[in-house]
Design a binder for this molecule. Structure first.
Ligand SMILES: Cc1ncc(COP(=O)(O)O)c(C=O)c1O
Length: 466
C-alpha cells in the first residue's frame, strides 16, 4: 500500500513522536497539551506560552554544565544568566527567577524592569545583574543608581572604552566591572569585526592604563558573544579559543579577573530533524577552557552564559486556521491563514528564521506542497520553506470538509513579541492574536488562562490618534 498520508511523511522523515510533540486521536499534542481543546475553547489565531518548558530548559543546561565540570574536575563555577531581551514578560521573569538564575540587561528600561523585580521581591540585592549593550547616558546613570543603592551583584560590561567615564563619575563606592571583547564575524558576513565590544588587541593595554591602578574598579569578567550562536564549527571554536587566550593574558596581569562570560547563542529545535548535541557541545566548551587555562598555568574561570532564545524559545507557539486555499497556477497553491506572518513571527520574514511547522489536525489526509500566505497585502508575507528542505508540505484540504485545517508554528517564544511590538500598531492593522498561558497550578495540574484578548480596533486607533 502506498503510504502518502501526512502522518506517514512525518513518520518516515523524522523520529516521531518526539519531545514535546505527539498525536492523540488524530490531533497534535504540544508538551502534553491537546491543541484541539485550546482551539475549541479560545478559537484562532492563538498565541500560546507553555511556562513549564522554561524551567525544564534551565535545569537541563545547569545539569549539562555541572556534569561536564564534575567529569573533568573543573573548579570554576557555572552561572546561568537569563537575557531579558528574549522575552520581558513578567510571567517569564517570575518563572526564570524561580529556577535560581541571574540576569543580563541590555538597555535603560531593563533597569526599570529590574527595579520592579526587586519591588515584587522576586530578586534581592545580591543577585548578579550583567549590564550589556552600548550605554546611553540614561542607561549608564540607572546602572550607577543600582550600584549606589546597594545592588551588590550589578556588573556593568564595558562595550567601549569611553563608557568607563560614566562609572568613574557616578559610582560612589567601588564596583566590579567587565569588558566585552569584540569577536570577528563569520567569514560570509558583511563586516569583519563585530561593532559590539572592544577590539581584542586593545583590551590588555586598556586594562593596564585605565583599570589596574584605579581604586574604584575591579575587573572581574571578560565577555564575548558569537552572534551566530554556539555551533560545532571551526569558526565557533576559533572564536572561543581566542577569547580564552585573551582571558589567560589578562588574568596574568589582573588578579581580580575570575569570570569568563561566553554569552548566549545556545540553539533550540527549529525542525523536528534538529540534531544539536547539547551534551557534546557543553563538554567540549568546558574542556577547551580548562585545557587552555592549564597550559597557561592559570586557574580556570567561573563560566557565565546568557541564554535567551534557549530559555524561552521552546515555550511559545502560534496556532492559525487556514481560511481558504488559492490555486494561482498549476503548481502554486496558497493556504491563506488568519493572521500575518510578518506580524506574528517577524524573524521569519526579516532574517529567514525557521520554526517548527505542523498541522494540528488532518494528519490522516494526503499531503501536498503549499505556500502559506499571511493576511497582509505584502507579497513577502509568506512562509514556504523549512530547515531540512526548501519546501513546505501540509495535508490536502478536501473542499467539502467543514472543519478548517489548523496550523501551528512552534518554538516561537523568543524575541518575536518585542520585534513585532506587542500591543502596538500592526502591519495592515491586523490585530494581534489572543494570548493564552499554560502553567502548573499549586496542585501541579496543567491549567490554561487567557492572558490577553485579541487586539481591538480601539486599541490601535487610539495609538494612531483617533
Ligand atoms: C550580549 C548578548 N547576550 C546574550 C544574547 C542572547 O542570545 P540568544 O538569545 O541567542 O541566547 C544576546 C542576543 O542578542 C546578546 O546580544
Amino acid at each position: 500500500m502506498i503510504k502518502n498520508r501526512y502522518f506517514d511523511l512525518i513518520d518516515q522523515t523524522f523520529y516521531f513522536p518526539q519531545e514535546g510533540f505527539d498525536i492523540e486521536e488524530g490531533n497534535l499534542i504540544f508538551n502534553g497539551v491537546p491543541l484541539r481543546y485550546l482551539i475549541d475553547k479560545y478559537g484562532t489565531p492563538l498565541k500560546l506560552t507553555y511556562l513549564p518548558k522554561i524551567g525544564m530548559q534551565i535545569k537541563k543546561a545547569k545539569n549539562l554544565f555541572n556534569k561536564a565540570r564534575k567529569a573533568i574536575g573543573y573548579k570554576g563555577k557555572y552561572h546561568y544568566c537569563y537575557c531579558t531581551k528574549s522575552s520581558h514578560f513578567s510571567y517569564v521573569l517570575k518563572e526564570v527567577l524561580r529556577h535560581g538564575v541571574e540576569l543580563e540587561t541590555s538597555s535603560s528600561f531593563d533597569i526599570d524592569l529590574v527595579k520592579k523585580l526587586y519591588q515584587n521581591k522576586w530578586i534581592d540585592k545580591k543577585v548578579i545583574i550583567l549590564n550589556n549593550g552600548f550605554k546611553t547616558a540614561g542607561y549608564a546613570t540607572k546602572i550607577c543608581g543600582l550600584i549606589n543603592d546597594g545592588f551588590k551583584g550589578v556588573l556593568p560590561i564595558l562595550d567601549n572604552k569611553q563608557e568607563l567615564e560614566y562609572y568613574q563619575e557616578q559610582v560612589k563606592g567601588k564596583c566590579s566591572i567587565g569588558i566585552r571583547v569584540a569577536t570577528d564575524e563569520e567569514p560570509n558576513f558583511e563586516f569583519y569585526t563585530s561593532r559590539l565590544g572592544i577590539n581584542g588587541r586593545d583590551v590588555v593595554e586598556f586594562y593596564k592604563e585605565k583599570l589596574k591602578n584605579n581604586g574604584k574598579f575591579s575587573l572581574k569578567m571578560l565577555h564575548f558573544f558569537v552572534d551566530t550562536g554556539i555551533k560545532d564549527s571551526i569558526y565557533y571554536w576559533g572564536e572561543l579559543k581566542k577569547a580564552v587566550k585573551l582571558y589567560c593574558q589578562l588574568k596574568k596581569v589582573c588578579s581580580t579577573l575570575t569570570a569568563l562570560n561566553i554569552g548566549g547563542g545556545m540553539p533550540i529545535r527549529n525542525s523536528l530533524g534538529s540534531e544539536f548535541d547539547y551534551n557534546y557541545m557543553v563538554q567540549e566548551i568546558v574542556t577547551l577552557i580548562l585545557n587552555a587555562c592549564q597550559e597557561e598555568g592559570i586557574p580556570e574561570p567561573d563560566i557565565f552564559t546568557e541564554f535567551g532564545k534557549y530559555t524561552v524559545g521552546e515555550s511559545g507557539a502560534l496556532i492559525f486556521s487556514v481560511l481558504d486555499q488559492k490555486q494561482q497556477n498549476d503548481a502554486e497553491v496558497w493556504y491563506m491563514i488568519d493572521n500575518s506572518l510578518i506580524n506574528t513571527i517577524p524573524d521569519s520574514w526579516s532574517i529567514g528564521e525557521r520554526f517548527i511547522l505542523l498541522p494540528v489536525n488532518k494528519w490522516q489526509n494526503e499531503y501536498r506542497r503549499v505556500n502559506i500566505g499571511g493576511l497582509s497585502c505584502d507579497n513577502s508575507d509568506y512562509y514556504n520553506s523549512e530547515i531540512h528542505e526548501s519546501q513546505v508540505y501540509l495535508p490536502i484540504i478536501d473542499k467539502n470538509d467543514k472543519e478548517p485545517l489548523y496550523l501551528g508554528f512552534f518554538h516561537t517564544g523568543a524575541y518575536q513579541d518585542a520585534l513585532s511590538g506587542y500591543g502596538g500598531i500592526k502591519h495592515c492593522l491586523i490585530p494581534a492574536p489572543k494570548h493564552v498561558l499554560i502553567y502548573k497550578d499549586s496542585k501541579g495540574n496543567i491549567v490554561d488562562k487567557l492572558y490577553r484578548e485579541e487586539q481591538k480596533p480601539e486599541e490601535m486607533l487610539n495609538i494612531l490618534g483617533y
